[in-house]
Design a protein around this ligand. Structure first.
Ligand code: GRF
Length: 230
């Protein structure tokens, strides 16, 4: 069973979805949950389940921090991660931009979920910006992390239709439902050793079954996933 470490900053609903998928048979183990915010609700969820947790705090926003302080944070975070020797680092609502050195250290071993159909709307306030732009389709993306913000090789995307009466909150809620679906699926492909990165593209290698039952008809309706039974 491969270990993963999950990085969070807040409520931890994606963490919860991942843990529920593991309960349902996804063959990964959350070895530790690390937050940069001591008050993150997701930490409590980890504690309740007896999962190790760590807080690695930073004092100011990245733009106000001198480079040595940023490097200090990244160094402390890497030390906390390496204690658990994870096969994969899973960023789930971790609101922190990491240095190039940090990203290089974990190249191909770090995933993120972003609440838009990348490359549209990288950065913050994605749902508001989607409504302002008047897009008809919005969604979420799981991708490998590279140095450029929200720009790494895309593993999975799911789309939602923007309704005329959508607000930022209603759109965010529908996208979040999809996040909770595609992150476990991306992790399932990782666990089955089916992800191959070539340049900026991720291909799904044909592999064996990894013992995680899903309804592929529903799964494939509005995502880019291959038929997961093949
Ligand atoms: C999610 O929308 C995620 O895509 C974004 O931050 C939010 C985190 O939510 N990066 P949660 O903490 O997983 O509930």
């Amino acid at each position: 069973m491969q270990n993963i470490v999950v990085l969070i900053s807040g409520r931890g609903s994606n963490l919860r979805a991942i843990l529920e998928a593991i309960d349902a048979g996804l063959p990964l183990r959350v070895a530790c949950v690390i937050s940069d915010k001591p008050a993150a609700a997701g930490l409590e969820l980890a504690r309740r389940r007896g999962i190790a947790s760590r807080v690695v705090e930073h004092r100011a926003g990245p733009s106000q921090e001198p480079p040595d302080q940023r490097a200090g944070f990244d160094h402390a975070l890497a030390a906390a991660i390496d204690e658990f020797d994870p096969a994969l680092i899973v960023m789930a609502g971790f609101m922190r931009i990491l240095s190039a050195g940090f990203v290089a250290r974990y190249a191909g071993r770090m995933m993120n979920i972003h609440p838009s159909l990348l490359p549209a709307f990288p950065g913050l306030h994605t749902h508001r910006r989607a409504l302002e732009a008047g897009v008809k389709i919005h969604g979420c993306t799981v991708h490998f992390v590279t140095e450029a913000l929200d720009n790494g090789p895309i593993i999975a995307q799911a789309a939602v239709v923007v309704q005329d009466d959508d607000t930022e909150a209603s759109l965010a809620a529908r996208v979040l439902e999809q996040e909770h679906r595609i992150y476990p699926l991306a992790l399932r492909l990782f666990a089955g050793n089916r992800l191959r990165i070539t340049g900026n593209r991720v291909r799904f290698a044909v592999g064996g079954e990894v013992g995680f039952a899903v309804d592929d008809t529903a799964v494939n309706q509005n995502t880019n996933f291959p038929n997961l039974t093949t």
